[in-house]
Design a protein around this ligand. Structure first.
Ligand SMILES: Cc1cc2nc3c(=O)[nH]c(=O)nc-3n(C[C@H](O)[C@H](O)[C@H](O)COP(=O)(O)O)c2cc1C
Length: 367
């Protein structure tokens, strides 16, 4: 059985270990262009020892941003901005990016400015659209416009154009954001999709847009490079699709070119009372999907303890461990984890500028 620190190969890409930095929006871009903050944020975590660093959910269009601070990949200036960041990450880890369209969650204030919708009459607000004219609720109470067939085709093509730009910008791993109440997720969820046409209604109709986006992106994303999807497989809510339906979708996505599923939550409703928050609470579901859909799987959510992360990989519950808060609190988490797990030369995970001095030392011991 592999361990957390064994390499992981997917297509032509080999990660030096099974630790992935989860995509984390920084809400710090201007006009969608990443800047020094993104270089330092992602660069520090690449140098910190993770095998894969997935850049934040980046919008495929201006309309698809959650906030005005979201990074994007809908124009060449943004792709250029990413280029020097991928070049730096590549010295240490594999650079990935998540492509997103926020759907009915778009046009919001940054989390530290309220996390709610910008008032519709505020000149900074923009048009939001979704499969059905239903607001998410909570602070995101703006009713989105119901998408036409032309809107749907356009959104799909925006994912394709952004995928091409991601390749040109040097990314080697592409993740599509089909989770967390964003546009593609909301097509799949009966909580958000009340359409009666071919893009809604039955499980088949609700799966159509995710399948079309994946197929169109796979056509332009090279076969030799991994394509993953972050899929919201459950909302822990009585009105959701059965888990079997999510597993069936994963199987179909796999059959048209999906390489790995990053198992996550739906967040199609602000009512999250049923979510069984706790360390690694998504892991049993990730394990089931890995087994029943026979596909490489990433698991995240409330994982931060090295032995726990290692056990998930050793027990074949997931192939990759995705860390957000743990990496925010310590970009050198992989180094500390290697030390905690008793690996012989943990400092070798770090660049020579640090490794030279840390050789043989306990982490964080004062001189
Ligand atoms: C600052 C921040 C930004 C995030 N942005 C994204 C994002 O862009 N895309 C995404 O899929 N999840 C995003 N998430 C969710 C994380 O990727 C992760 O799934 C979640 O925090 C749970 O993992 P954790 O328990 O290790 O923090 C974000 C989380 C944080 C804390």
């Amino acid at each position: 059985m592999p361990t957390l620190f064994d390499p992981f190969r997917l297509k032509d890409i080999e990660l030096r270990n099974r630790i992935a930095v989860a995509p984390m929006c920084q809400y710090s871009a201007e006009d969608g262009v990443p800047n020094d903050w993104h270089l330092v944020h992602l660069g520090a975590r690449a140098a910190g020892g993770a095998g894969l660093v997935i850049a934040e959910g980046s919008a495929v269009s201006a309309q698809g941003r959650i906030t005005l601070g979201d990074a994007g990949l809908w124009n060449d200036a943004q792709a250029e901005g990413w280029q020097r960041i991928t070049a730096f990450i590549k010295r240490h880890a594999v650079p990935g990016i998540q492509l997103a369209h926020a759907g009915r969650k778009a046009s919001a204030h940054r989390p530290w400015d309220g996390d709610d919708h910008i008032a519709a009459d505020d000149p900074r607000a923009w048009d939001t659209m979704a499969p059905s004219p239903i607001a998410l609720g909570g602070g995101l109470d703006r009713i989105p416009r119901e998408m036409t067939d032309a809107d749907i085709a356009q959104a799909r093509e925006e994912f394709v154009a952004a995928a091409k730009r991601a390749l040109g910008a040097g990314f080697e791993w592409l993740e599509l954001h089909f989770a967390h109440g964003f546009l593609v997720q909301s097509f799949f969820s009966p909580l958000a999709n009340h359409r009666r046409d071919g893009y809604g209604g039955s499980a088949e109709g609700r799966a159509r847009f995710p399948l079309e986006v994946l197929a169109a992106v796979r056509d332009v994303w090279p076969e030799r490079l991994p394509l993953s999807v972050r899929l919201g497989v459950t909302d822990f809510h009585p009105g959701e699709q059965p888990l079997e339906e999510s597993i069936a979708l994963v199987r179909r996505l796999k059959s048209i070119g999906l390489d790995l599923v990053d198992v996550s939550l739906g967040f199609n409703t602000p009512d999250v009372d049923g979510v069984p928050w706790g360390p690694g609470f998504m892991v049993p579901i990730a394990e089931r999907i890995r087994r029943e859909a026979a596909i490489a799987t990433a698991a995240g959510w409330r994982i931060g303890e090295p032995r726990h992360a290692d056990a998930i990989v050793r027990n074949a519950q997931a192939d990759l461990i995705l860390l957000a808060h743990a990496e925010l609190s310590d970009p050198h988490w992989p180094y500390r984890a290697a030390h905690a797990l008793g690996l012989p030369r943990p400092h070798e995970l770090l660049p020579i500028q640090y490794a030279h001095w840390l050789n043989g030392r306990e982490p964080a011991v004062a001189v």
